[in-house]
Design a protein around this ligand. Structure first.
Ligand code: GLU
Length: 449
């Protein structure tokens, strides 16, 4: 890892001291600070006013007990989190993750990333993240509902359309948002549509929100390829994961003329040389809530399933890690490079390890960090908030057009900032600096709060 700037090094060391054993949070902070050396050299007022120290310290962290009763009548206890990280640009905004791996460090890394991602969208939204170590896998419909109701019974007091607006993430989709919104509405006796995003279309949701993260990541890839006078037409693409981000990334790749030949879940991956059958994948994952192995079985001879293994072994031109953090390591990156991969864009949050990013960048692969490439989800959440505030609802075409403009804007902002700071084509530095400056300037204007 390169040496940190001398003004930033003590700040990073203080983050390590104050937040012991939160590795993913350290990683996310380090990655941003690594980009900021030239910014603080040019603008000493950021360090004078302790803006960076303040940005690394969440404004508020809420941890709570979530008791619920399972189908056998036994009492279960989970832990709930909401880290309200930064509200300089707008109300706290970011998803909820329900997964057994969730702990405070994971939520802090996600909340920290969200600050810069949300800033890059150009929309008025602050950064937050929340969730629980609840494992939705294998739970009945009624258990999911009871859990969501219990979770919201504590969280509602911290939320509001001008205060904090959660959405989904891993393990939280339209079904969970429905139960959460229902409980919020019941407790508060308010139909406050703008308090959650990712809602269903009949109860305040936005067109394209479901598709937005995956579509947005592919729009971003399209823009990156354009800088090399290429397009997705005829490209072989590998996507990791098979959840909401992956499914709609696959859909958009197909619409733009590429072929997705593999996707995965935590048990293994499937290779389908003719292209993933999207209708079947949606049926298996969204309706039946089954596994990628069930997809392979249903698809028959056309597909083959590999238990365990690395999806990155499948040769491709474009790789879209869209499952979870740190799922693409330096070894995988080397495999991708030697197979001729030209673009890697993060559909998930921080799926690429820092040494893997280095391998890709040194090999000249175009690399888009999640805070830029997957910002389409939260950007469309902001469009949902806009529609809720004006009691309006837009067409699919109009909303998708807005999303594509936003992604183009994020791409150009990252590319121009990288250029301005002397590292053309480095989207990591571009995203970190462009995202940071907007938040930092707002924080300076708002005083020491
Ligand atoms: N969880 C998504 C993300 O990582 C979406 C957040 C939102 O829509 O608020 O950006």
């Amino acid at each position: 890892m390169p040496q940190l700037d001398e003004k930033l090094d003590p700040i990073y060391r203080e983050v390590l001291r104050r937040n012991p054993a939160e590795e993913e949070f350290h990683q996310a902070v380090r990655e941003v600070l690594d980009s900021l050396g030239p910014v603080v050299a040019k603008n000493p007022h950021y360090t004078d006013a302790a803006v960076i120290e303040r940005i690394c310290e969440p404004e508020r962290q809420i941890i709570f007990r979530v008791p619920w009763v399972d189908d056998s009548g036994a009492v279960q206890i989970n832990r709930g989190f909401r880290v309200e990280f930064n509200s300089a640009l707008g109300p706290y905004k970011g998803g909820l993750r329900f997964h057994p791996s969730v702990n405070l460090g994971i939520i802090k890394f996600l909340g920290f990333e969200q600050i810069f991602k949300n800033s890059l969208t150009g929309m008025p939204i602050g950064g937050a993240k929340g969730g629980s170590d609840f494992d939705p896998k294998g739970k009945s419909e009624l258990e999911i509902m009871r859990f969501c109701q219990s979770f919201m019974t504590e969280l509602y007091r911290h939320l509001g359309e001008y205060t904090d607006v959660p959405a989904g993430d891993i393990g939280v989709g339209g079904r969970e948002i429905g139960y959460l919104f229902g409980q919020y509405k019941r407790i508060t006796n308010r139909y406050e549509s703008g308090v959650l995003t990712g809602k269903g279309l009949t109860w305040g949701g936005s067109q394209v929100r479901r598709e937005a993260t995956g579509y947005g990541a592919v729009f971003f890839v399209d823009e990156m390829l354009r800088t090399r006078h290429q397009s997705l037409e005829g490209k072989r693409v590998v996507v990791s994961g098979s959840g909401n981000v992956a499914i709609y990334a696959i859909e958009k790749v197909r619409q733009l003329g590429g072929t997705v030949v593999a996707c995965s879940d935590s048990d293994g991956y499937v290779v389908d040389e003719k292209g993933i059958d999207l209708e079947l994948l949606k049926e298996i994952k969204e309706v039946r809530r089954e596994r990628v192995s069930d997809y392979a079985e249903a698809r028959g001879h056309d597909a083959h399933y590999v238990q365990g293994g690395r999806v990155w072994d499948v040769p491709c031109d474009v790789a879209l890690p869209s499952a979870t953090q740190n799922e693409l390591n330096a070894h995988d990156a080397k495999t991708l490079v030697s197979n001729g991969c030209v673009v890697v864009a993060e559909g998930a949050n921080m799926p690429t390890t820092p040494d893997a990013v280095q391998v890709l960048q040194e090999a000249g692969v175009l690399f888009a960090p999640g805070k830029a490439a997957n910002a389409g989800g939260v950007a469309t959440s902001a469009l949902e908030m806009q529609q809720n505030a004006s009691r309006d609802s837009w067409s699919f075409e109009h909303t998708e057009e807005r999303l594509s403009e936003i992604m183009r804007g994020i791409h150009d902002r990252c590319a121009e900032t990288a250029e301005e700071y002397g590292v053309p084509g480095n989207y990591v530095v571009g995203a970190n600096i462009a995202g940071f400056i907007q938040v930092a300037d707002a924080m300076l204007a708002l005083g020491v709060i």
